[in-house]
Design a protein around this ligand. Structure first.
Ligand code: NAP
Length: 486
């Protein structure tokens, strides 16, 4: 079930929130600690004004709430609210309020017995959840904070150990996020979400994202799980690419962001969740290689980094789709013969540059690599047997010999350097093909300069989509429904 936390300052505002999200939610939690004090007397009216079951909660600061007044007032307000006939009331694990419990029982209100840990996954979590309910009617709830891949794995083992126990269990924050989306197959009674831009707790998504992006209601134990591992990872657009693709081909699958600080720890979770395929992003593209099935894929071996994992019988097959993704827009515009005769310069010598040098050489081009840290350019040039220079006057002078295609792969041009151009000293002639792999902003200063000179330009968004389409094909054996649509 999906429970929407109502974070409005007035009851009317909350009614509006409910009507906005009505078709996406199963029940609501009135977070009465968000209300203006003068609104409290209307709390008991809420259940009669809506056609969804409701939880009544006055959350304290120690549990992530905003109720800072006297505890006796909180109990009085809870009691007044219960008179309205709430289906559920949230009472904390350490609360001693027998009269309130009696009132709830008489009113037919189910008690959710809760505790929150914003720092960790407590070692005694299983025992705590088992011992929290004070009657077999109460539902225990624990919201805990995994802060590592090891914690995420621990949390999954706790879900497993508590299989069959009626409970609400969820991991907060980036590491815990997947537990919010997978609450149904993991066996949590409900998941919480918040209105857009009004999050009630770390990791809440809004009901539309939960339903339309993650297709929450369709996720069962049989749903195939895919995802992206990275650190940080929550900003990535890959869930949009893949989940839309799954929906488009009607596949029972979901794609999630997994915050990962230790690949080894995460792979134990991947086993538990029976993950079928993964995208890999910074900083794990190189460290993942020792875990891959041998022999290595040719691209992964040559590039020295891997961005796609596909589950095989006993291990993980690694593939690099950054290289074909990078070439996709070029091959859409130019023939292999046209490209093969060109000379290319790559600005930057980071992870992305490796895949791009490989791709350009595979297409038959001669390559020059220029980098701020000249030693890294040299290292890469020795590995790929190409020309190199520092990103200085000498390098800019050399660029004129390799300027059929200039590929910008540094982070210069994206936030917080959106007004910078890493080759500011270079004058475009108009004959260069200019390609910047940055995707936000879509047109960097580098591309603007090239465009002004009349050069054909390519931005990073298409590369991002194209590497995702290739991954989708590897994951599902089918074309992404938007493949080629840019
Ligand atoms: P990376 O491994 O961290 O490499 C960063 C590169 O940027 C290095 O060459 C670094 O030079 C250079 N750099 C950073 N700050 C600089 C500055 N102030 N002046 C000059 N050079 C500077 O990163 P990456 O994985 O290669 O990614 C680089 C960019 O590509 C990012 O913007 C990323 O978003 C984008 N990207 C796009 C796609 C796509 O699908 N479109 C895919 C992958 C990456 P030093 O060696 O001197 O530090």
């Amino acid at each position: 079930m999906i429970c929407l936390a109502l974070t409005g300052k007035t009851i009317d505002e909350n009614i509006e929130i409910i009507s906005k999200y009505k078709k996406y939610i199963d029940l609501v939690e009135l977070r009465a600690d968000f209300l203006h004090p003068e609104e409290r007397e209307k709390v008991s009216l809420l259940p009669g004004m809506i056609d969804k079951p409701a939880i009544l909660t006055y959350r304290l600061p120690k549990d992530g709430g905003f109720f800072t007044e006297d505890e006796s007032l909180r109990l009085e307000l809870l009691s007044q609210g219960l008179e309205g006939g709430f289906e559920y009331v949230d009472l904390e694990e350490d609360l001693e309020a027998p009269e309130l419990e009696l009132q709830a029982t008489e009113k037919g209100t189910t008690i959710i017995r809760s505790f929150h840990d914003f720092d960790k996954v407590p070692e005694d979590l299983i025992q705590r959840i088992q011992s929290m309910p004070r009657s077999d009617k109460e539902i225990p709830k624990a919201a805990v904070m995994p802060t590592s891949s090891a914690d995420f794995h621990t949390l999954l083992t706790i879900f497993k150990a508590l299989k069959g126990t009626k409970k609400i269990l969820l991991g907060m924050g980036a590491y815990g996020f997947p537990t919010r989306i997978l609450s149904n197959p993991l066996g949590s009674y409900l998941t919480y979400c918040s209105p857009e831009n009004a999050s009630a707790a770390p990791g809440h998504v809004d009901p539309v994202t939960l339903n339309e992006l993650y297709r929450f209601k369709n996720i069962t134990k049989g749903t195939a799980i895919y995802g992206i591992i990275g650190n940080p990872v929550m900003h990535t657009k890959s869930p949009v690419i893949h989940n839309k693709g799954f929906a488009g081909i009607n596949l029972d699958a979901v794609y999630l962001p997994f915050q990962v600080d230790s690949i080894e720890d995460f792979m134990k979770s991947a086993e538990i969740l029976n993950i079928q395929g993964l995208s890999v992003t910074i900083p794990h593209k190189v460290d993942i290689i020792p875990l891959l099935e041998k022999p290595l894929d040719k691209g992964v071996e040559a590039i020295g980094s891997c961005n796609t994992l596909i589950k095989s019988a006993s291990s993980w097959k690694g593939v690099n789709t950054d290289a074909p993704g990078f070439m996709w827009p070029l091959y859409k515009t130019f023939s292999p013969e046209q490209l093969g005769s060109k000379k290319a310069a790559v600005i930057g010598a980071g992870g992305a540059a490796r895949a791009i040098i490989f791709a350009l050489q595979e297409a038959g081009m001669e390559v020059l690599v220029l980098n701020r840290t000249a030693s890294k350019a040299k290292e890469l040039a020795e590995y790929f047997n190409c020309a190199w220079a520092g990103l200085d006057d000498d390098g800019i002078a050399k660029l004129s010999d390799y300027n059929d295609i200039i590929v910008q792969t540094t982070s210069v041009g994206m936030h917080p350097m959106e007004d910078k151009n890493p080759i500011a000293g270079y004058e475009f002639t108009g004959s260069e093909i200019a390609y910047d792999i940055i995707y936000v902003p879509e047109e960097t200063v580098f591309l603007k300069k090239a465009k002004e000179a009349g050069c054909p330009i390519f931005g990073g968004k298409v590369m991002l989509l194209a590497q995702g389409w290739d991954q989708f094909r590897l994951f599902t054996g089918k074309a992404h429904p938007q493949e080629g649509v840019v």
